[in-house]
Design a protein around this ligand. Structure first.
Ligand code: HEM
Length: 145
């Protein structure tokens, strides 16, 4: 599997391809919620923990919001639209200072979790497609030089 992190100059937003439907079919909603939860737990003890909620309730809610979004973008039920409205991810990230380093940390924390999913039987094709989405769309979230 190629878990490469694409480099791009500040402000470049390459076209994004959503994960293939097979990814959600294989991982299932529950598996995707678990993945997001584990990623948030890693963020909490990372060098970019300052960006994320400290309060337990807020932190738990952040996991729900994020998982709602990922289920939706992966072709599942539109939980995010139902609970939070239009995704508008750039705007929602605007209050946080996300630079190229924060993106790399954020992405790196996904790598071991994706390898875990591969071990548990999720196909490489699906995981590669999910990674491709994270790699490119995360470039869009960089808002600080
Ligand atoms: C580039 C690295 C990224 C960083 C550092 C980052 C950071 C953050 C922060 C600080 C928040 C607000 C705190 C919270 O509610 O968790 C947040 C929320 C969120 N992020 Fe990101 N993010 C990144 C990339 C992404 C990407 C690529 C996606 C989607 C593919 C995404 C989806 C979300 C969602 C759905 C929320 C919740 C928004 C809401 O509650 O309405 N983030 N992110």
């Amino acid at each position: 599997m190629n878990l490469n992190i694409t480099k791009a100059p500040f402000g470049i937003r390459p076209p994004v391809t959503k994960p293939i439907p097979e990814f959600l079919i294989e991982v299932k909603e529950e598996g995707l919620r678990e993945l997001i939860s584990k990623h948030y737990d890693k963020l909490r003890t990372s060098s970019i923990s300052n960006l994320f909620p400290v309060d337990e309730k807020d932190f738990a809610q952040a996991k729900v919001n994020s998982a709602d979004f990922f289920i939706q973008i992966c072709g599942g039920r539109a939980y995010f639209n139902e609970n939070r409205g239009a995704p508008q991810m750039i705007g929602r990230h605007a209050p946080f200072r996300i630079d190229a380093n924060a993106r790399e940390v954020w992405l790196e924390l996904y790598k071991p979790l994706i390898l875990e999913l591969e071990k548990s039987g999720v196909t490489e094709t699906s995981l590669q497609s999910f990674w491709g989405y994270l790699d490119i769309f995360s470039l869009w979230m960089i808002n600080t030089q």
